[in-house]
Design a protein around this ligand. Structure first.
Ligand code: ADP
Length: 474
């Protein structure tokens, strides 16, 4: 049992991060270690990463990586085995992974084809003494890697593609097919062709041995037009090899016992103190449940629904703190709520990790009314901190929160409040239910205990990935 996996991605915590993809890629190698699966992560050597790899040994060379040579340097970052693809003509640039300080790089298709090409090469041939059993590609940036295995020989390696965000699909014009080292015979709708061009995500979806996404519900949703963003038919056609594996959260970082004041399922006094401190920090006086939103302020996250539901919640005794930034119109809308309800609603526009910990520790509920949510993390922080999640029934939210329905209450298993469809009416009813639950201290305590007992760490996810690798290589 066990084996070797080459993970290939454009982001990995703690080296480079623009979104949740980086958290997953960075967490998996250590989480998998206990399962007997050894994972190395291949990443581009962006300008910001080159200095720390200066003394790493070269373990792979590539003479022609679209305009220059490339080499792979091997090292270790906080216990995670890292392979950095050093190809300065592609990656030694100003700005983030995908863009210069002013605009998206026009050659991203080739930049990430290069990463995928090297990943396929290493997977196929192996490094000196290290031959992978599985190539695990993440999102559009690594989508060509399974395709290169499929069209240039796979060396006995199985491939997995994980979709973290279907919205980004890696498009290139049709005339690039040969340049991208893809075969002309595969340029048809059942294979590489996508709306007249080429999509690296679609290429990965049609050529990988298995497809995962970051929650079981999102896996099913992706086969429907409302969520699939054009790729629903492609994913549905591959239905038998599609599955959802929930992300975990870092329970070392998100740990109520490590907060100040500390608390836990058996000693909630610290949480009460954290609530009092939070109300003092934000000058709030809230007789009912204190809710928080910690989020990008976008329509995806359902933030536009807040103005319709918050007034009744406030009338019912509730309070709200919003921490986030994003759409200027939504920032203005939540600011306006704070102006209308001083002492009950507070808003901080910005990104502040330390503050987010204080919010989860001190609040009674966290609101996540997303229109779509591949996995979602904040509802899991809420569970762990006994900060009851109020969530729409989409994606990973539906898979992680058990709503306080009569049946769930009777069975004693509820962990939060859920609603559907994603509109102000259903969200408003959920907020009314939250007020109602809060008025029943015994029931509230039971929900909190249930929530805090939910496993939200990486163990279950790692076990699911390990068993997928086992099945593929059996
Ligand atoms: P998404 O990746 O779609 O934004 P997730 O729930 O998967 O949503 O992850 C969002 C992460 O970013 C969480 O860790 C959340 O706590 C954090 N976050 C979002 N906005 C802020 C903010 N303004 N300040 C601090 N942390 C934030």
């Amino acid at each position: 049992m066990g084996g070797r996996v080459l993970s290939v991605a454009s982001e990995c915590v703690p080296l480079v991060k623009t979104g949740g993809l980086a958290d997953v890629v960075g967490a998996l190698p250590s989480a998998l270690a206990a399962t007997g699966w050894e994972m190395k992560v291949l990443l581009p050597a962006y300008r910001t990463l080159r200095a720390q790899a200066a003394n790493w040994p070269v373990v792979w060379q590539e003479a022609d990586l679209w305009g220059g040579p490339g080499r792979v340097l091997a090292g270790d970052v906080e216990g995670v085995p890292i392979l950095l693809l050093d190809a300065p003509h592609h990656y030694d640039r100003d700005g983030g992974p995908y863009s210069s300080p002013t605009a998206e790089h026009p050659d991203n298709a080739v930049r990430f084809a290069a990463l995928s090409w090297v990943a396929a090469g290493i997977a196929r041939e192996g490094l000196d003494g290290w031959k992978p059993d599985v190539l695990h590609a993440h999102d559009w940036q690594a989508g060509f890697a399974p395709a290169y295995l499929a069209y240039h020989g796979n060396g006995g390696v199985k491939s997995v593609l994980t979709v973290h965000n279907i919205a980004f699909q890696g498009w290139a014009p049709a005339h690039m097919l040969g340049v991208l080292r893809l075969p002309g015979h595969a340029f048809h709708p059942e294979a590489l062709e996508y709306y007249g061009g080429i999509s690296s995500l679609k290429a990965g979806l049609v050529t990988s041995d298995w497809i995962t996404t970051v929650s079981p519900t999102y896996a099913a949703e992706l086969m429907r037009p409302e969520f699939g963003m054009g790729l629903q038919g492609v994913i549905a056609a591959r239905g038998p090899v599609v599955s959802g594996i929930l992300n975990g959260v870092d329970t070392g970082i998100w740990d109520p016992a490590a907060e100040e004041p500390a608390f836990g399922p058996k000693s909630m006094a610290g949480k009460a103190a954290a609530r009092a401190a939070l109300c003092a920090e934000f000058a709030l006086d809230v007789p009912g449940p204190l809710a928080i939103v910690v989020s990008r302020l976008t329509d995806q996250k359902g933030i536009d629904l807040l103005p319709a539901v918050v007034p009744d919640f406030i009338l019912g005794g509730g309070g709200l703190i919003v921490l986030g930034s994003g759409d200027p119109g939504l920032e203005a809308a939540v600011r306006n709520l704070a102006a209308r309800f001083p002492g009950r609603v507070a808003v901080r526009i910005g990104y502040d990790e330390a503050m987010s910990h204080r919010l989860f520790a001190g609040a009674d509920a966290v609101l996540v009314p997303s229109r779509f949510e591949p996995c979602g993390l904040t509802q899991m922080y809420g569970l762990r901190y006994g900060t009851l999640p109020v969530v729409s029934l989409v994606g990973g939210l539906a898979d992680t929160v058990i709503g306080a329905s009569p049946a769930a209450l009777a069975a004693g298993v509820a962990t939060g409040v859920t609603f559907h469809p994603v509109d102000a009416m259903a969200f408003g009813r959920a907020m009314a239910q939250l007020l109602d639950l809060y008025r029943q201290p015994k029931l509230w305590a039971k929900l909190r205990t249930n929530a805090m007992a939910q496993p939200v760490g990486w163990e279950a996810s790692a076990a699911a990935y390990a068993s997928l690798y086992e099945r593929l290589t059996a």
